[in-house]
Ligand binder design. Structure first.
Ligand code: PGA
Length: 263
């Protein structure tokens, strides 16, 4: 199959997870303001996803860094109401958030989120003009059984069943094998390419033409050292970066290596 380059889009999203409170994040942003340069293409290619408290306290400082977008680590499926512990898309929109990670494997594994929750969260994000980054990925067992593509295809099918071809124009997918997250063992560019191709076929099957341009990211133990080979793999639009994104200097290095590899 010919590799489809989704508009040559490069997207690198730093998922801080439950790290960096307001004080630490202030120092991080100071460093970022010094080290980070906007994408030479003129189209923003990097985002950070801090915890909600940090997002709330520092969104103005963050939006002052040119070329850096803001992402949230989750978003709820209704606009407002009795949902203790949740955050709605309009609340995020107020802070300048343009992307939201949805269905991260940590949410699925430890907080019981399932494909149908993911579908509803993605739907509501889109209705509020926030691009959902829908995460899918197989367990270690599924990987060892050679079942990566099948498991990912099933998750994706169910996580996207509420979306239309028009929605697909704002959608982002992240392939994050659970066994590669935080383990120092990134998937090989070969496996990433194979799974991305399967995802692409499915997106086209579901959405037709708009399915061809949905950016598909990879996530799992990306570093400044391995990102070049990963974003050079056909069909890879960028990365969802965990551990490496928590240190500003490391994250900037990763962004630069990815840009260099795509030149
Ligand atoms: P990692 O996390 O880069 O620390 O492996 C990736 C993720 O969970 O998004």
């Amino acid at each position: 199959m010919t590799a489809i380059d989704p508009m040559g889009e490069l997207l690198l999203v730093g998922n801080w997870k439950m790290n960096l409170g307001v004080r630490e994040a202030r120092a991080y942003l100071g460093e970022l303001a010094r080290l980070f340069t906007p994408s030479p293409t003129g189209r923003p290619d990097a985002a950070i996803a801090p915890p909600f408290t940090t997002l709330g306290a520092l969104h103005e400082e963050i939006t002052k860094i040119p070329g850096l977008m803001l992402a949230a680590q989750n978003v709820h499926w209704v606009p407002a109401g009795a949902h203790t512990g949740e955050v709605s898309p309009s609340m995020l929109k107020e802070l300048g958030v343009s992307l939201a990670i949805i269905g991260h494997s940590e949410r699925r594994q430890h907080y019981g989120e399932n494909d149908s929750d993911v579908a509803r969260r993605a739907r509501n994000a889109l209705e509020h003009d926030i691009r959902p980054i829908v995460c899918v990925g197989e367990s270690l067992t599924a990987f060892e059984l050679g079942d990566s593509e099948r498991v990912v295809a099933r998750q994706l099918m169910e996580s996207l069943n509420d979306l239309t071809a028009d929605d697909a124009k704002s959608l982002v997918i992240a392939y994050e094998p659970v066994w590669a997250i935080g383990t120092g063992r990134a998937a090989t560019p070969d496996l990433i390419e194979k799974v991305h191709q399967r995802i692409r076929l499915l997106l086209i099957e579901l959405f037709g033409l708009p399915g061809e341009s949905v950016p598909i990211l990879y996530g799992g133990s990306t570093t400044p050292e391995n990102i070049g080979a990963i974003v050079r793999a056909p069909g890879v639009a960028g990365a969802l970066v965990g551990g490496t994104s928590i240190k500003a200097e490391q994250f900037v290095r990763l962004i630069e290596e990815a840009r260099k590899a795509r030149r």
